[in-house]
Design a protein around this ligand. Structure first.
Ligand SMILES: [Zn+2]
Length: 448
């Protein structure tokens, strides 16, 4: 497909900054030209045109921490302490989920993500061969890193699932799906298994990564205050320096690791994250809802750590809305530090785009509008009372825009939503399937 998008304000999040009355050209899956509208229209007279006058054209948002299938648990159990929430509600429900349920849940999250301007998600869940999250993302046309979550109690099963996921999905769906290895957390994966998973990742990269991009690591880290104690109690490990420092002592940290949360960090932990170039996925809404605490993001940024943004699961958020996360991030750190200059609009918008791409080791291809990058683009309608007048598009995108303002979504050069109509799957059908799956899950829960 050859498309010229013209007349809008292009917020590139790259070297070209903001271009008013700008235009960009997509050929196949790639951005091939960017410039002034009049010049571009002259150069490419025969290409299909999208008139973006009065609109913002920007890179799609990148959600770096999700558990997509958990949309099925949205609103199922709220306002419980973490342990009670997991043990009495989430885990019993999840134990009854089939591959098909996981697929439908992920499909629902994919639809919600696309409609809210997200073009890439990084999701950690259980991989099953028959139906899975990767299948749902590919069907919806969403770009994603899909992982299989690993626990000490099911090592054999994990090895089989990882190999199958990576063989079947890494680099597939025209390169829009990548696979990852996801050790759940330092307190559920013993030190030996953690090291083994690192070795397995190197092997899998050797065997399968070629051409499909790197197979990265996605884990939870330093989410709650008692995490160091949990690691000590479970494995008798030394955790005096902090949980990040403990992970580093195992030799498993590197620039291909994305760590979700990083809320409770020692000074040493921050040094280690910076030294090893570990990427952070900040999930302010989930951390607030589960009362985990507030990540010291200004300190992380000062230490040079790449911080990206995530929603976490729709069960602890309770949506996949990245515009909400952007606004929360910009406000939260100002408020708790009593400093309105922290986390300015542009910094937060970078966290949701180019730094998100960096966090997934995918920034050579996505995260900004630049010639040679893949065309993952969203168009936002400014003709809304809450978006007028316009002084700064960056300000509006951070503080005023809503996910429902997203009008058109392009992933890998393919228009997957136009004027809020999905072109890949039927949103009403997906919602209906999710309701049916929910009913069946509740029946299964009642049966025992
Ligand atoms: Zn999570």
């Amino acid at each position: 497909m050859e498309i010229v998008i013209f007349g809008g304000t292009i917020v590139t999040m790259g070297d070209k900054g903001v271009i008013r009355d700008g235009a960009m050209v997509i050929e196949g899956d790639t951005i091939i030209d960017i410039g002034e509208s009049s010049e571009i229209k002259r150069k490419y007279p025969r290409y299909e045109r999208i008139n973006a006058a009065g609109k913002i054209v920007m890179p799609g948002l990148i959600n770096t921490h999700q558990h997509a299938a958990m949309s099925l648990l949205r609103g199922y159990a709220d306002d419980y302490p973490l342990r009670e929430w997991l043990e009495n509600w989430v885990w019993p429900f999840e134990r009854r989920m089939t591959g098909y349920d996981i697929y439908v849940g992920a499909l629902l999250t994919a639809v919600e993500s696309i409609m809210g301007g997200t073009t890439t998600i990084n999701t950690m869940y259980h991989y099953m061969e028959d139906y899975n999250e990767a299948m749902a993302l590919a069907e919806a046309g969403l770009r994603g890193v899909v992982g299989h979550v690993c626990f000490s109690w099911r090592k054999e099963e994990d090895r089989r699932a990882l190999e199958s996921l990576i063989k079947r999905w890494h680099g597939k769906a025209n390169g829009t799906i990548r696979a990852s290895v996801d050790p759940h957390a330092p307190y559920t994966v013993d030190p030996e298994y953690m090291k083994e998973l690192r070795a397995v990742t190197f092997e899998l990269n050797e065997k399968y990564a070629y051409g499909g991009g790197p197979i990265i690591w996605h884990t939870h880290l330093a989410e709650t205050e008692d995490e160091a104690k949990k690691v000590r109690d479970a494995f008798g490990a030394q955790v005096e320096g902090g949980v990040v420092d403990y992970m580093d002592s195992l030799g498993v940290l590197g620039s291909d690791v994305i760590a979700a949360h990083c809320v409770h960090l020692t000074r040493r932990d921050i040094e280690v994250l910076s030294l090893r170039n570990v990427k952070v996925a900040h999930n302010p809404i989930s951390n607030l809802k589960l009362a985990s605490g507030i990540s010291p993001v200004p300190d992380l940024l000062r230490a040079g750590v790449t911080v990206s943004l995530g929603t976490d699961s729709p069960c602890s958020n309770n949506s996949a809305d990245m515009f909400e996360v952007i606004k929360f991030t910009a406000l939260l750190h100002k408020g708790v530090n009593k400093n309105p200059t922290l986390l300015p609009a542009e910094t937060v918008l970078r966290m949701a785009t180019i730094d998100g791409a960096r966090a997934l080791s995918w920034d050579r291809e996505i995260g900004s509008i630049e010639v040679g990058k893949k065309a993952d683009i969203i168009i936002i309608d400014l003709q809304k009372p809450h978006l007028r007048p316009v002084y700064s598009e960056i300000s509006h995108l951070t503080y005023a825009a809503k996910s429902s303002d997203v009008e058109t979504v392009i992933v890998n050069g393919r228009i997957i939503m136009e004027n809020r109509q999905l072109k890949t799957v039927r949103a009403d059908e997906v919602m209906e399937r999710a309701e049916k799956v929910k009913e069946r899950l509740l029946e299964r829960l009642r049966e025992q």
